[in-house]
Design a protein around this ligand. Sequence first.
Ligand code: FES
Length: 161
Amino acid sequence: MKLPADFTARADEIIARYPASARSATLPLLHLWQETFGFVSGQGVEWIGARLGLEPIRILELVTFYPMFRQAPIGRRHIRVCRTLSCALAGARDLYAELCRRTGAAGDAHGPVTSPDGEYTIEFVECLASCGTAPVAMIGDRLIESANTPDNIEACLGKGD
Ligand code: FES
C-alpha cells in the first residue's frame, strides 16, 4: 500500500522533533497512524518499526499495552462505558447490556464489540474521571453523565445528533 503523501510528510515532521532518539517518536507515530487509518494494522507496526530502525516487536508491545490503540477497525460510532467502581455500582453492566441489545452488538465484554451493521462499537473502559455522575459513558469525545436514563441512553446511541 502506498501511503498518502500528507501522512508521510507529517510522520517526517514528527521524527524531526526527536533528533537525539528517533525511538521517542514511536507513540506520536502510532497516534498519527491510527488517526489516519482508523486502527494500527500489522502494516503500521512494520512501517513505523522500519522508519525508526526498531524491531516491529518494539512497536507491537506498545500497541498491545496502551488501551487507546486499536488493532482492528471500529464502528462509525464508538461508545465507551466506564466499568470502574462508582460506575459498576451505579449500573454500568446493565447499561452496557442495554446498549448491546439496542445495537445488536454481541460479545463477551472482554473487548470491543461491533454491531452487525458496523455502525456501533461498544467497549468497557476504566474510570472516565466523572465518578460523581456515574454511570458514565462516552460517545466519541462526548461525555454522557448518568448515562442510564432513557434520554441519556438515546444520547449514547447518538440519537438526535
Ligand atoms: S468510576 Fe466511572 S467515571 Fe470514575
